[in-house]
Design a protein around this ligand. Structure first.
Ligand SMILES: Cc1cc2nc3c(=O)[nH]c(=O)nc-3n(C[C@H](O)[C@H](O)[C@H](O)COP(=O)(O)OP(=O)(O)OC[C@H]3O[C@@H](n4cnc5c(N)ncnc54)[C@H](O)[C@@H]3O)c2cc1C
Length: 408
């Protein structure tokens, strides 16, 4: 058994939400412990998109130039091929932000970057390989967590516990917070194919005959996503790898020469898509943020961005009461009040795209044609600024207002 630890804020989960919140609170002078169950950030693909509003936050922290020295691709427009029609869906070049593009960067590079900068503050502590298993509750208040580490069990006590442990949050489950789930018609299969000299550089999406395929440029390989109807993975596996490869090649002819790279199902990872939202994001002593408060659909690739925005809002509103040791449940409720509207609106738009565009394509065996709303984007370029704003900036973008108290 490790010695119990005591801190101002204990964050379960070192993903985008947890690392950004830990960084901002430590920068503001608060004592923070982030508990991350994995040994490092190098894991399976979990999304690569750093949106203009997140880049703006990094700029406000005076770290943008350094972040952009890391390998990344800059996506200024989002396009898709729907049937035979190529359409530009979003144009980020008019956004009122410092960066008018989405940076595609492996999430582990971004998390390592945040961890490196956070650890310049002496009040920031990141404990890897620390798996939160339970909460500690006293007289109706959550006062700590219990975790498993390679050195034995650990208890951390804190004025504030933050659940940033993602869509399968243990902390939110143990705190018994009510969740609203929304129906989702799809899952995604992720795999890699090599990128060769002469390949196009652009990230691409293709909708065709009951199938949807995306390929993200990751330098020396393509991160490929093949969208399937919900729960169909078992059947696709039963049909065999050969049949799956054939499906991919029909949508992505560049894969023909690389089909041997998909040697077994071990290389194909299933993302079970879910969309849900907590009815209450907090309890006395506990706040949930990021996917732990609201799992997002992959549409628009906005999950990381919303997680970061929650973290910025939480740091702005909670740093002072936390430092003064005067944090109340009313302070925690302010985060839900601020962030629930952007979350609701974004999820509603995602559910509409799933219903109107994704589900009909997945059920259709005939050639697909773009719906009228998407054809309008091709006809009137000005309209592409609307999805660009919703995806790139989001609703109610957050700005870092919490001052730096603790000098790095
Ligand atoms: C395959 C895939 C592709 C995606 N693509 C995109 C994309 O392109 N763009 C986008 O914006 N979003 C994408 N997403 C969603 C995005 O990854 C999430 O919305 C975002 O990461 C949420 O951040 P978070 O910090 O709230 O949670 P997470 O990123 O899930 O981080 C939670 C962290 O908590 C840790 N953890 C979990 N349980 C415990 C525990 N018990 N104890 C300690 N630590 C724990 C996890 O290891 C993880 O590091 C994708 C997700 C997946 C799975």
């Amino acid at each position: 058994m490790n010695q119990p630890l005591s801190t101002g804020c204990c964050i379960a989960g070192g993903g985008p939400a947890g690392m950004m919140l830990g960084f901002l609170l430590a920068r503001a002078g608060a004592d923070v412990i982030v508990l991350e169950k994995h040994a490092d950030f190098f894991r399976d693909f979990r999304g690569d998109t750093i949106h203009p509003s997140t880049l703006q936050v990094v700029h406000e922290l005076s770290l943008l130039d350094e972040l952009l020295t890391l390998p990344h691709e800059e996506v200024r427009e989002l396009g898709a091929q729907i049937g035979k029609t190529q359409i530009t869906l979003a144009d980020f070049t008019h956004l009122p932000t410092r960066c008018k593009f989405i940076a595609l960067m492996p999430q582990w590079d971004f998390l390592n970057f945040l961890a490196r900068h956070a650890s310049r503050y002496t009040s920031f502590h990141l404990m890897m390989e620390t798996d939160v298993m339970d909460i500690v509750e006293e007289a109706g208040k959550i006062t700590g967590v219990q975790a498993k580490t390679p050195r034995g069990p650990l208890e951390v006590r804190a004025d504030l516990i933050v659940a940033a442990d993602g869509r399968t949050s243990v902390v939110r489950a143990k705190a018994d917070l009510p969740v609203q789930e929304f129906g989702v018609p799809m899952d995604v299969l992720w795999f890699r194919l090599s990128r060769k000299p002469g390949d196009r550089t652009q990230t691409m999406g293709r909708f065709e005959n009951g199938q949807i395929f995306v390929a993200l440029n990751r330098g020396d390989y393509w991160q490929c996503g093949y969208v399937i109807a919900k729960g169909q993975f078992a059947e696709i596996r039963r049909e065999g790898l050969e049949s799956f490869r054939a499906k991919v090649m029909r949508l992505a002819p560049f894969a023909i020469a690389r089909q041997d790279e998909l040697k077994s199902w071990d290389e194909v990872k299933l993302l079970t898509v879910r969309v849900d939202r907590l009815l209450r994001w907090c309890r006395p002593g506990l706040l949930c943020i990021g996917d732990a408060a609201h799992a997002m659909s992959p549409i628009g690739g906005v999950g990381i961005n919303l997680a970061i925005q929650d973290a910025v809002a939480a740091a702005n509103l909670l740093a002072e009461p936390l430092l003064n040791r005067q944090l109340t449940t009313a302070d925690l409720e302010k985060i839900q009040r601020r962030r629930e509207f952007p979350t609701r609106l974004t999820q509603s738009l995602q559910l509409m795209v799933q219903r109107r565009i994704i589900a009909p394509v997945l059920g259709e065996q005939k050639p697909v044609t773009p719906p009228l709303a998407l054809r309008m984007f091709a006809a009137v370029p000005l309209l592409r600024r609307i999805p660009a704003r919703l995806i790139g900036l989001g609703v109610r973008p957050e700005h870092v207002s919490v001052p730096e108290k603790s000098r790095a």
